[in-house]
Design a protein around this ligand. Structure first.
Ligand SMILES: [Zn+2]
Length: 411
C-alpha cells in the first residue's frame, strides 16, 4: 500500500515519516545543504525522483556511511526522471541527502525486500568453452518469497542482444539481494515502481560471473525469447542483458565479461545469428543495429557505460570465434562431414565433394567477410589463397539440408 506525504521543509534537518513497505516522501533541498531523513523502519533499497534533470547538480546520498552520487537512471520508466536504484549492502533506516544546487522537489521511494533464503554458495559462475547454455540461477530460485510476475509474457524472435549496466553499486557483493530489489522496483505499481510485468531484463550478470535468469517464460516460452523492458521502448527482437555495476569509468570484471561471452555465444548459436553482423531493428525505422549492441545505440543514454561499450567490439569478435569453434566441434563426424574434404596444396585450398549432391561453399574471414563462394559444387573446387594474410579462416559447406563450418589456418 502506498501512502503519499508531501512535506516541504526549508529549515528542518530531520524528517520522520511513517510508511508501509513502499512509501514516498517529497521535499525541497536548498543550495549547498544537507537533509537527514529518519525512516520508520528498515528498508533495502531507495530511488530518488526529480522534477527536472539534475545532471548539472552534484547530489549525493549517504547511507550506512557510504556516500553515493546520484546519476540519472537510463532505465527509468518513460516520463519520469529518477536516480539509479540504490541497494546498500545492509538495510537502512536513515539517510542524508546532500546537494550543491537548489532542487525544487525531490521524491523518495523506499522498498523493503526480505533477504533471500538462497545461500551465496548456490550462485554459480558460468565459464564455458563451448556454446552450451551457461549455468544460470533461475527466477524461481532468486525470487523465492516475492510475488510472481504478471501472467502472459510476450514472445519475441531475438536478433539483437542489448548490453546494459545497472548503474548501481560496484562493491555490493550481495548479488541475489540486488537482483531481488531490481525485480521489486521494476514490478511494483507506480508511482513507487515501474509497474512492469516482470524484471526488465532477460538476464542479469553479477561481477563474479553469476548469471541470473530475468524474464520468466512461465512454461510458455524460453525466458530469453520473452520480450523485456530495457531498450528505449523498442524491445521487440531484443534480449536484454544487464551487468551489475556502473562502468562509466570503472573497468568491468573479467569474470563478468566471460559470462557475458558465454551467454552471447550460446544465444547466437541457438538463434543461428552471426555475432558480428547487424540486422535492421524492427522498430528503428530501417536502421541497422549490431547483433551485439549497447543500450546507447538505441537512444540517448550513457548505458552500458563507456568502459563496457568500448569492449563490445572485442566481445563480438570473441563471440564469433567461439561460435565458429562450437560449430566445428559439433559437426565433426556428422553425416555431411565425410562427404567433403579440405586440402591446401600450392597455395590453393581445394574442397572436394565426395557426394552426388551439390554443395554450396563459402570461405569467410574470422570477421565474417566473404572471401570466396561457389554454389552447386560437384567434384572439386579450388580457391587461390596465396594473397590472404596468415591467420584463421572459416569454410561453410551447405548441402542436403545440412551445414558444417570448418576452421582452416593459412600459414
Ligand atoms: Zn541500459
Amino acid at each position: 500500500m502506498n501512502k503519499v506525504l508531501c512535506i516541504f521543509l526549508l529549515f528542518m534537518n530531520l524528517t520522520v515519516f511513517s510508511s508501509e513497505n513502499i512509501d514516498q516522501l517529497s521535499f525541497f533541498l536548498s543550495k549547498d545543504s544537507m537533509k537527514h531523513i529518519q525512516l520508520d523502519q528498515q528498508y533495502s533499497s531507495i530511488v530518488f525522483e526529480f522534477e527536472a534533470s539534475f545532471s548539472d547538480a552534484e547530489v549525493y546520498v549517504e547511507i550506512n556511511h557510504e556516500k553515493i552520487q546520484l546519476i540519472e537512471d537510463p532505465h527509468a520508466r518513460e516520463g519520469v526522471i529518477r536516480s539509479q536504484l540504490i541497494v546498500p549492502r545492509e538495510m537502512f533506516d536513515r539517510l542524508t541527502i546532500i546537494s550543491n544546487e537548489t532542487i525544487d522537489n525531490i521524491s523518495i521511494y523506499t522498498f523493503f525486500v526480505p533477504k533471500p533464503a538462497l545461500n551465496k554458495a548456490d550462485e554459480k559462475k558460468s565459464i564455458l568453452n563451448n556454446c552450451d547454455k551457461p549455468t544460470t540461477i533461475d527466477q524461481a530460485t532468486w525470487r523465492s518469497g516475492l510475488p510472481a510476475p504478471a501472467v502472459s509474457p510476450t514472445e519475441t524472435d531475438v536478433q539483437h542482444i542489448i548490453v546494459h549496466h545497472s548503474a548501481g553499486s560496484n562493491t555490493n557483493t550481495n548479488y541475489t539481494e540486488v537482483v531481488r530489489n531490481i525485480y521489486t522496483y521494476h514490478t511494483s505499481a507506480p508511482p513507487a515502481g515501474n509497474g512492469w510485468d516482470d524484471i526488465g531484463y532477460n538476464f542479469v550478470i553479477a561481477q563474479d560471473g553469476s548469471i541470473f535468469e530475468g524474464r520468466d517464460g512461465q512454461g510458455l516460452y524460453d525466458g530469453d525469447n520473452v520480450q523485456g523492458a530495457h531498450y528505449c521502448s523498442k524491445n521487440s527482437g531484443t534480449m536484454g542483458v544487464c551487468l551489475l555495476g556502473t562502468y562509466t569509468s570503472e573497468t568491468p570484471a573479467d569474470t563478468m565479461m566471460r559470462s557475458l561471452l558465454s551467454l552471447c555465444a550460446w544465444k547466437c548459436d541457438k538463434e543461428n545469428i552471426d555475432p558480428i553482423s547487424s540486422f535492421i531493428h524492427p522498430v528503428s525505422s530501417g536502421s541497422q543495429l549490431d547483433v551485439i549492441a549497447g543500450h546507447r545505440q538505441g537512444c540517448a543514454t550513457e548505458c552500458p557505460g563507456q568502459e563496457v561499450f568500448d569492449r563490445l567490439g572485442e566481445l563480438r569478435n570473441n563471440t564469433s570465434a567461439k561460435w565458429a569453434d562450437c560449430n566445428t566441434i559439433a559437426s565433426v563426424g556428422e553425416e555431411i562431414n565425410p562427404l567433403f574434404d579440405l586440402q591446401a596444396r600450392d597455395n590453393i585450398l581445394y574442397v572436394t565433394n565426395a557426394s552426388n549432391n551439390p554443395l554450396d561453399i563459402v570461405l569467410y574471414s574470422l570477421t565474417g567477410a566473404v572471401i570466396f563462394s561457389q554454389d552447386n559444387v560437384l567434384g572439386e573446387v579450388g580457391f587461390d589463397i596465396k594473397h590472404l594474410p596468415i591467420g584463421v579462416y572459416v569454410v561453410l559447406v551447405e548441402g542436403n539440408g545440412k551445414s558444417v563450418i570448418e576452421k582452416v589456418m593459412r600459414f
